[in-house]
Design a protein around this ligand. Structure first.
Ligand code: ADP
Ligand code: MG
Length: 652
């Protein structure tokens, strides 16, 4: 079954090299019980590692059940180890954070088979007489018991060959004999057993003893009368399946394992996850702040109107001083009508006049600004009342004494009573209140809600005594039309007021959108800034995770060696560590989301800041925490996966 021809193995340590195997040829039949004897350093373990597919020879051939081993890939070797070999080591190599039964079941994860292996594992524990200790931890048991658990683990996949490297090396005589009795029983049941030992009384249990010295076989002895017991479970190596690591059964196993190892290092995990947690929380909170700022800004912009031009008499002011000769164009309603005729370039036009007014209601007095506006103004400047109604065209044409008051005025004059249909005096003239304009907040020092709106005609001829407009608001039909509209209006006014094309302007057209763009780009920059600060903290958190994963890989080198010995492939180890790091970052991310949402809510309620948590930021942050786990977990996982089984097992 096993056939090696003239194999050599040389270890390189810096400049010097050690020839551990120096031309070993050996044949082992199915069902044999072979002991490899020899002094320490004679090459026994090196030989066994090669026979057990944990290591490959430098030269020579190794045929296992007729197949040349040197032609197999690393993953094929891992599958073979999982299916035909069981290992028992001097140091037991049990994983201390798992129960006995989980240790025994461990090789099943890497078999790719689905199912509940507890029953199988219990049966194996029964074989070694430990079924009552299934839920104990390895460190709650004696050395002899631990080694029996290791034997149960070696048996779980029904291997043909058991490899045992000094299985009694760490045990007293009584326990040693117990272990040997178990191995002898297994041999009688048909298992092939290859055991390394340096004690001759232990070697006596075997039927064939091979003695090694300095990397070569010195002599060979077969017990008289020994027979080869043929294994009843002979299977062809070629049939061994090569399962994908993405099989659901495997993945589930990895998730459970990752969870176990996370739980095993609670404090450490918590601390390293803290970075991600803070990062995600700040991403959420910062994005909520940015979105809140943008939303309140948009609210303000809406109250300002969109694509708005404001045409005033007088030349453009620079630094508060009027430029030019000082002639001021005075607009009349006909100008506004002419501009309205520029449709479809402009969509709405409203002339306006402003002045101050003394308001009186019963015994209350309030001084405010009076604004005379046209019918379209309500739509253009988002001033249509939500309580009450806007002016009708008839009211405006007929100079009716109706008023819409701002919320500040409403509060000053009426307190909590409804002002609708009440009569107030504006500069000693009686007006009926027909609505309350929606609140707009303040624009700089000016309270935009401290205003009373009246029809433009009423304001001009009844309240303020003007026969001209102070200005005209124009809503351009679309953003692209703003410049053409400005040109057209400029030309129109020059023509109507006989201002030469080269002459100094006696009026100015202000583009309100410039101001809006500036405002929105400022908020944009601010939220980008906030976002990048938060992103940096996420990256820092990721580096913390990478650090802890690297420590974890080093710490668990032996565990990785053991996993590889029992059949874990590169991809399996990699997957396990990736799931672990992603598990950490993702759980940190979830808690971070809760914290972030909590913080933004607190900012909103206690500091009164505008915040707006969005589902998008939650999805983004959790997605990023997964990506960070993948990205920063990749290097440690690769490092773990690349370890050579023998070296990893030997690691101290
Ligand atoms: P045994 O198991 O018989 O004690 P080993 O097979 O472990 O012997 O080792 C044989 C020789 O190879 C020893 O001299 C040992 O120091 C050397 N050796 C074994 N493994 C390594 C290694 N990984 N690196 C360097 N030298 C090694
Ligand atoms: Mg050894």
């Amino acid at each position: 079954m096993i056939e090696v021809v003239n194999i050599t193995r040389t270890y390189q340590i810096g400049e010097s090299s050690v020839k551990a195997l120096n031309g070993v040829s050996l044949k082992i039949e199915q069902g044999e019980f072979v002991a490899i004897m020899g002094a320490s350093g004679s090459g026994k373990s090196s030989l066994m590692h090669i026979l057990g597919l944990l290591d490959v020879p430098d030269t020579g051939q190794y045929r296992l059940m007729g197949r040349e081993v040197s032609k197999m890939s690393e993953d094929e070797l891992a599958s073979l180890r999982n299916n035909v070999a069981g290992f028992v080591f001097q140091q037991f190599h049990l994983l201390t954070r798992m129960s006995t039964i989980d240790n025994v079941m461990l090789p099943c994860i890497y078999s790719g088979q689905k199912g509940d292996f507890r029953k199988d594992a219990l049966a194996r524990l029964e074989t070694v007489g430990l079924s009552q200790r299934a839920d104990h931890r390895p460190n709650q048991m004696s050395g002899g018991e631990q080694q029996r658990v290791a034997i149960a683990r070696a048996l779980i996949r029904d291997p043909m060959i058991i490899f045992a490297d000094e299985p009694t090396g760490n045990l007293d005589t009584k326990n040693s004999h117990e272990i040997m009795r178990i191995l002898t029983d297994l041999h009688k049941k048909g298992k092939t057993i290859i055991m390394v030992t340096h004690e001759s009384d232990i070697a006596e249990f075997a039927e064939r003893v091979i003695t090694m010295k300095d990397g070569v076989i010195l002599e060979e002895r077969r017990k008289p009368g020994s027979a080869v017991h043929l294994s009843p479970t002979a299977q062809a190596v070629a049939d061994i399946e090569h399962p994908s690591i993405f099989k659901p059964g495997r993945m589930m196993g990895f998730v459970v394992q990752a969870f176990q190892s996370i739980v095993a290092n609670k404090i450490r995990t918590l601390l390293s996850v803290l970075g991600i947690l803070v990062g995600v929380a700040s991403v959420i909170a910062m994005m909520a702040l940015g979105a809140g700022a943008r939303a309140s800004m948009e609210e303000q912009l809406k109250s300002m109107g969109s694509n708005l031009l404001s045409i005033r008499g007088g030349s453009a002011k620079i630094g508060g001083a009027a430029q030019g000769s000082g002639t001021v164009t005075r607009f009349i309603q006909k100008d506004a009508d002419a501009i309205a005729a520029l449709s479809p370039l402009v969509s709405r036009v409203s002339g306006d006049v402003t002045g101050t007014g003394q308001l009186v209601y019963l015994d209350k007095n309030w001084s405010t600004s009076v604004e005379g506006v046209d019918f379209d103004y309500g739509q253009m400047r988002a001033s249509t009342p939500t309580i009450g109604r806007w002016f009708t065209r008839e009211e405006i044409q007929g100079r009716q004494k109706v008023a819409i008051i701002g919320t500040t005025v409403a509060a000053q004059l009426f307190g909590t009573t409804s002002p609708i249909d009440k009569i107030i005096k504006v500069n000693r003239i009686n007006f009926t209140v027909i609505g309350i304009a929606p609140a707009k907040g303040s624009n700089g020092p000016r309270d935009q809600d401290d205003v009373v709106l009246v029809p433009v005609t009423t304001a001009m001829y009844r309240v303020l005594g003007k026969n001209y407009l102070d200005g005209i608001f124009v809503e351009v039909s679309s953003a692209e039309n703003i410049n053409p509209a400005k040109k057209a209006i400029d030309a129109l006014i020059r023509k109507r007021h006989k201002v030469g094309a080269k002459e100094e302007n006696s009026f100015n057209i202000r583009d309100m959108t410039q101001f809006q763009q500036m405002l929105s780009s400022t908020t944009e920059t601010m939220s980008m800034l906030l976002g990048s600060i938060a992103a940096i903290s996420l990256v820092v958190g990721g580096i913390g995770i990478m650090n802890i994963m690297l420590v974890s890989v080093t710490e668990r080198t032996k565990e990785i060696g053991l996993r590889k010995a029992i059949g874990a492939r590169k991809g399996d180890i990699m997957m396990q560590f990736l799931i672990e790091s992603v598990g950490m970052t993702f759980s940190g991310g979830l808690i971070g989301i809760l914290v972030g949402v909590g913080v933004s809510m607190m900012l909103a309620t206690f500091a009164g800041w505008a915040v707006k948590t969005s589902l998008f930021s939650v999805v983004l942050a959790s997605g990023f925490s997964v990506l960070i786990g993948l990205f920063f977990g990749l290097w440690p996982a690769r490092k773990a996966a690349g370890l050579k089984p023998v070296e990893a097992l030997r690691y101290e």
